[in-house]
Design a binder for this molecule. Structure first.
Ligand SMILES: *[C@@H]1O[C@H](CO)[C@@H](O)[C@H](O)[C@H]1NC(C)=O
Ligand SMILES: *[C@@H]1O[C@H](CO)[C@@H](O)[C@H](O)[C@H]1NC(C)=O
Length: 235
């Protein structure tokens, strides 16, 4: 390959901008690596959808990798009826409240605990929500803020403007099995949808088809963030 084309190809494949902007490349220490999530945790997440056309939410997030499941209990501000988003690693998600239910099948499972390790670009350090944080971004979909001292996640922002602030982070926090069970009204009629973009960016995903891992990661993340974003419509 001619040298110029080779250089262009390398530039296209290498996310240089983030590291350069953060002032790396002076021969100093390598950038820090993000801390993997614990295999089980319970977090209370304050979600701000103001920039993406929504309101505020308080979410109980139960991440349970060994049992292959992830749960968002989403409470919209001043709304009494929480929305449950039960995600199973086999691709099935149940979205339900006391009155309605939707079953969706995704072509991907859950975010693995080390989902940020591969392909994240380090952007440097910044004070965020009052905490000194390391910042990484991945495929321009998520900006992730981790406390420099405790290594706990402090915040993550999504490409659509959704901001999630971690209010508590309980390592090993689990929820009893009965709480994960989708209610009977999820199984009464056949309204299962297959392979959706969860209404939050399917077009974006299609455009980069062919970059397998990246697409799967985006689908993963859309699934993870989809229910809070979709709750905008219901609010
Ligand atoms: C929500 O986000 C918007 C836009 O960034 C900001 O102006 C507002 O102060 C935030 N609200 C809360 C309660 O954090
Ligand atoms: C995935 O697992 C859940 C929970 O056990 C189950 O309800 C669902 O039917 C499974 N989906 C598939 C496609 O097997």
């Amino acid at each position: 390959m001619p040298p110029l084309l080779l250089l262009l190809a390398l530039l296209a494949a290498t996310p240089l901008s983030g590291a350069a902007a953060a002032g790396f490349g002076g021969g100093g220490d390598p950038p820090p690596t993000p801390t993997a999530w614990p295999e089980q945790f319970h977090a209370v997440v304050f979600t701000n959808l103001t920039e993406s056309g929504g309101r505020l939410q308080l979410i109980d997030l139960y991440y349970d990798w060994p049992r292959g499941r992830n749960l968002n209990i989403i409470r919209n501000q001043l709304s009494g009826n929480p929305l449950y988003d039960v995600e199973w690693n086999n691709g099935t998600s149940y979205y339900f409240d006391s009155a309605s239910c939707r079953t969706v099948r995704f072509p991907v499972g859950l975010l693995p605990p080390d989902w940020l390790a591969n392909g994240a670009v380090y952007l440097g350090r910044e004070k965020v929500d009052g905490f000194d944080c390391h910042i990484w971004t991945k495929v321009d979909f998520i900006w992730y803020y981790e406390d420099v001292v405790t290594h706990r996640p402090v915040r993550w922002n999504f490409y659509n403007g959704m901001q999630q602030h971690v209010m508590s982070f309980e390592v090993g926090g689990v929820l009893e099995d009965s709480q994960w069970q989708a209610p009977a009204h999820c199984f009464s009629d056949q309204d299962t949808a297959t392979n959706p973009g969860a209404g939050t960016g399917a077009a974006t995903v299609d455009r980069v088809e062919g970059e397998g891992d990246k697409v799967d990661f985006m689908r993963n993340l859309l699934r993870f963030a989809g229910a809070p974003a979709a709750a905008v419509a219901a609010a």
